[in-house]
Write a protein that binds this ligand. Structure first.
Ligand code: ADP
Ligand code: 5GP
Length: 189
């Protein structure tokens, strides 16, 4: 297996997807691992692009069939999982795989792949800014936003376990830092 893994984790609303999407445009031979989830699509999300949207029943079948590298119940009743087919074939082909997973999944994947994986934590400037970003994104109900904010403190406590912590205050600075970190890990000048 020749490719490498780049894992991004953060509290919801930190700007992880924004940074990952930027990195995907930077010719780094990166392929995004599309996860499966039992949550419904939000905003303009499309099946097979941001996620494979599964019913709870389909998700359970995937677990029973051994299709997942890892999965977590990230929010009550909401499952998210990394599909083996999204990762291993690509690594064998020499492609680098970029993952957007929760803090627990991120630490588990890092442990499994060890030196072949780089784990990056995107840290928001503070909880109030996280609230502003989640509200500003306009894709979640107030109840969903509260659930995400309630979990943010727990998630922030995981930051020291990651290889690299990037504070996403000014987006331009955070993007540059992410790009430099990944180029260094991939050995690109
Ligand atoms: P996540 O994937 O971590 O849940 P998103 O990438 O969806 O977060 O970002 C949440 C919201 O915050 C989006 O509306 C995004 O445009 C905005 N955002 C991202 N980074 C910044 C930043 N540095 N400053 C202000 N707003 C940001
Ligand atoms: P969202 O609903 O905002 O897209 O994602 C919620 C959380 O689930 C985020 O922390 C995201 O990184 C995480 N997540 C997405 N896919 C996976 C996955 O395959 N595995 C795990 N463990 N978490 C995931």
């Amino acid at each position: 297996m020749k490719g490498k893994l780049i894992i991004f984790s953060a509290p919801s609303g930190s700007g992880k997807s924004t940074i990952v999407n930027y990195l995907l445009t930077q010719n780094l031979n990166l392929k995004f691992s599309v996860s499966a989830t039992s949550r419904p699509p939000r905003g303009k999300e499309k099946n097979g692009v941001e996620y494979y949207f599964l019913t709870p029943e389909e998700f359970r079948k995937g677990i029973a069939g051994g299709e997942f590298l890892e999965y977590e119940e990230v929010y009550p009743g909401r499952f998210y999982g990394t599909l083996k087919k999204e990762v291993d074939n690509r690594l064998e082909k020499g492609e680098n795989v970029i993952l957007d997973v929760d803090v627990v999944g991120g630490c588990n994947i890092k442990r499994h792949y060890d030196g072949r994986a780089l784990s990056v934590f995107i840290q928001p400037p503070g909880i109030e800014e996280l609230r502003r970003r989640l509200e500003g994104r306009g894709t979640d109900t107030p109840e969903v936003i509260e659930k995400r904010l309630e979990k943010a403190g727990f998630e922030l406590s995981f930051a020291p376990r990651f290889d690299k912590v990037i504070i996403n205050d000014d987006l331009e600075t955070a993007r540059r830092e992410a790009l430099e970190t990944i180029k260094k890990f991939l050995g690109i000048a």
